[in-house]
Design a protein. Structure first.
Length: 727
DNA sequence: GTGGCGACTGGA
DNA sequence: CCAGTCGCCACG
């Protein structure tokens, strides 16, 4: 008997597609990209049609029917569909899982694709009157009314701009100060452009002159050089042509300014897409972009899968940022997918960074990308010079040397602010017993637990395990427990003690857990109330602190001993980004980098020549070592509770690969850098090839066989194509 | 991923 | 002896 079946992609970690019979009512109507509800095992799942229906010979087999066809057309526009299929092949991940990752939650669960139309909030006559008569202290109330008086927007958009306005908004509604009007999306640009600098004009003109079609351009611009204004000009061009724009950013919560600038210029045409939004809000952006209503979508990694009716430009801000690479399950690079998407759509893509990744620099140098530079800072101050301070033999007060403390004093006295950067949370990374050598090991990881003295706890930063911090050694009862090394908490405390009349604030994920906390502290920095900032990378991201004149980097030496081939590149980016926070106001900034390795050639290159000189040196090293971008990598990882299973599995996989490896190098299977983590033993194996295509072809051939290896059942394995880290 | 099934362990 | 647990398998 022949039946009509369609291959369906199931959202489960299974590499094959499953054939289901097409119900008579759907014959001739079913196309790839439509969602369907199908019985799968005992369950009912929402899955996606992967291939057009076809007639097959049943050969006695019973095929289940598609139970419900949920869509009348593909939910994925053609370019997004092609992107997802490509990504599933390239990252060796099941298509059903990829499609599932591309859909917002409600659609994944089968909700319909109607846009729930929100009303825009406008200010009413009485609202205008109230604005005049509000008491001076009603800041929050005034902010809400003022915002809506200038730019009417939806409730969601308003709360994004004024995160704490929920109560004021409710009050304004009750008082009749607001009118709800069906949302009208403006056709074009609504706000005025700033007066661009001559340099910005040159860059924008150069980008405009690109031939129609695909082009990739690197916009290399130091912090404060005005990359955002360039994005805005090009976005305005696209919007004026009736096209949409996708803007990718590393973490939206850390860059409220960028969102605010786009909102000013494009008003209600801007929609955002990030993990801080509710699933329904994300679905709303997704559907509105698909309908062509959202002109500009600003979002994080997963926004690369937002569909568009007519996408005309993609911007990738801070393109070097590691958060564009997903580090678990579906390990895609949003940057790379965005570039591919632009290529397929034949539209331009603009990559912006002060510290471009080596991959991108290499592409720019080899002429594959255009390379544009913004070299002067908008506010005329010279970029800060980094001074490497040799701390060998110097006394350190909780990690801070005397010259650094002096410099802080000097800058504070001169009315400046200081920023201290340490890439480590907590008080101290190790709590050591001076008598017996006990060092607070984590029971489930090959790591020490970090002392968080404020909370009185030991916390493992790798598995999250916590316990009360002991006051006496648990093995020898001695009272000589000594915190070794320093984290943000310790430096904060040391600075408070040293500068008792100054306000010192810490910026790390522990401190900024509550919503709105970052905004509150940023405001206090701008107003000059905070004198010293101590923090992690959070401080290295796009904030503008006009009064900041000194940046102290407590130590960046860790990267110099690092095992990962990207460690120094990352360190250079971080140091340069954090140094860029200094001296954006009138005064020239000073940057002090404490080190025990002042002679290290790469550190010297960074200090003397800056990030670009460092990247030249690193690229040369990569060329010699045959590492990316001069080769392509994939990492096969395995972990298991049973200690010998991961290596056994990887060796089995290795034998399989060695038998048929073409021009792919297959490394030995080795234990991971931190072999035990969260109770699992971990191991890995590196695959390397000069040819991306060959590597991909071989991976496709191998991946399907891994699950049938004898020890596959004992491990959890994953394949990471273009890994960000090798551990 | 997840539910079902047979095999196994443990308490009564 | 039966219940709860565990590894293994199949899912169209």
């Amino acid at each position: 008997m022949t039946v009509l079946v369609a291959a369906i992609a199931i959202p489960a970690p299974i590499y094959r597609l499953f054939d289901y019979r097409v119900p008579a009512a759907a014959e001739g109507l079913l196309v790839p990209g439509m969602r369907v509800r199908v019985p799968f095992g005992r369950r009912r799942l929402v899955a996606v049609v992967a291939e057009p229906p076809r007639e097959i010979e049943t050969e006695g087999r019973e095929y289940k029917f598609i139970e419900v066809v949920l869509d009348q057309a593909s939910v994925f526009p053609a370019d997004l569909w092609a992107l997802c299929r490509w990504a599933a092949d390239y990252y060796q991940y099941p298509l059903g899982e990829v499609l599932s990752a591309a859909l917002p939650g409600p659609l994944r669960r089968g909700d319909d694709t109607e846009i729930r139309r929100e009303n825009a909030l406008h200010i009413s006559e009485s609202g205008r009157a109230a604005l005049e008569t509000l008491p001076a202290r009603s800041h929050a109330q005034r902010a809400v009314l003022q915002q809506l008086a200038t730019t009417p927007c939806t409730r969601g958009q308003l709360l994004e701009l004024l995160p704490k306005a929920a109560a004021s908004l409710r009050k304004a509604m009750e008082m009749g100060w607001l009118l709800e009007v069906p949302l009208v999306i403006p056709d074009g640009v609504i706000g005025p452009a700033l007066a661009p600098t001559p340099e910005q004009v040159t860059v924008v003109e150069a980008l405009r002159s690109a031939a129609k079609g695909f082009s990739a351009s690197l916009l290399e611009g130091v912090t404060g050089s005005g990359k955002t204004e360039v994005y805005l000009c090009l976005a305005a061009d696209a919007v004026t042509r009736g096209e949409q724009v996708l803007v990718l950013v590393p973490e939206i919560g850390l860059t409220p300014q960028l969102l605010a600038r786009f909102n000013e210029r494009f008003g209600a045409g801007v929609a955002s897409f990030h993990s801080g939004m509710s699933e329904n809000e994300r679905a709303d952006t997704w559907l509105r972009a698909r309908a062509g209503e959202a002109r500009i979508v600003i979002g994080t990694r997963s926004a690369v899968f937002v569909p568009f009716a007519k996408l005309g430009l993609i911007v990738i801000d801070e393109e070097h940022d590691a958060s564009y690479k997903q580090q678990d399950s579906f390990r895609y690079s949003a940057r790379d997918l965005a570039i591919l998407r632009a290529q397929k759509l034949e539209i331009p893509v603009l990559l912006g960074s002060a510290t471009p990744s080596l991959e991108t620099l290499h592409n720019a140098r080899s002429g594959r990308y255009r390379h544009l530079k913004l070299e002067s800072r908008v506010r005329q101050t010279a970029p800060p010079k980094i001074h490497a301070l040799d701390v060998r033999t110097r006394a350190l007060d909780h990690g801070l040397s005397h010259p650094l403390l002096e410099a802080i004093d000097r800058h504070l006295t001169a009315g400046g602010q200081a920023l201290l950067f340490i890439n480590r949370r907590g008080f101290a990374p190790v709590l050591l017993c001076h008598d017996c050598g006990w060092s607070a090991p984590c029971a489930r990881c090959d790591a020490h637990m970090t002392l968080h003295r404020g909370r009185g706890r030991l916390v493992c930063h790798h598995c999250g395990a916590q316990q009360k911090a002991p006051t006496t050694c648990p093995t020898c009862n001695s009272k000589t427990l000594t915190p070794v090394g320093q984290g943000t908490e310790r430096v904060e405390e040391a600075l408070r003690a040293r500068f008792p009349d100054k306000r010192v604030e810490r910026f790390d994920s522990d401190r900024l857990r509550r919503a709105g906390e970052l905004e509150r502290l940023l405001a206090d920095i701008r107003s000059g109330e905070i004198h010293i900032l101590v923090g992690t990378q959070i401080l290295a991201k796009g904030h503008d602190f006009a009064g900041l004149t000194l940046v102290g980097i407590v130590s960046a030496d860790q990267a110099l001993y690092g095992t990962d081939f990207r460690a120094i590149e990352r360190m250079g980016q971080m140091v340069t980004q954090v140094a860029g926070r200094a001296g954006r106001g009138a005064q020239q900034g000073e940057v002090i980098l404490q080190t025990h390795e002042p002679e290290h050639p790469l550190l010297r290159t960074l200090v003397e020549g800056g990030y670009i000189a460092l990247s030249d040196a690193l690229l040369e090293e990569r060329r010699m070592a045959g590492l990316p971008p001069f080769s392509h990598l994939a990492l096969l990882r395995a972990e298991a509770t049973q200690a010998d299973a991961p290596l056994r599995f990887l060796n089995e996989a290795r034998n399989l690969m060695l038998a048929d490896r073409e021009s792919v190098q297959v490394s030995d299977a080795i234990p991971a850098t931190m072999e035990k983590r969260a109770g699992n033993t971990r191991a890995q194996l590196l695959l390397q090839s000069a040819s991306r295509a060959v590597l991909q072809r071989k991976l496709s051939a191998w991946v399907g066989q891994f699950d049938s290896l004898p020890s596959a059942r004992q491990v959890r394995w994953s394949l990471d194509v273009d890994p960000g880290d090798l551990y």
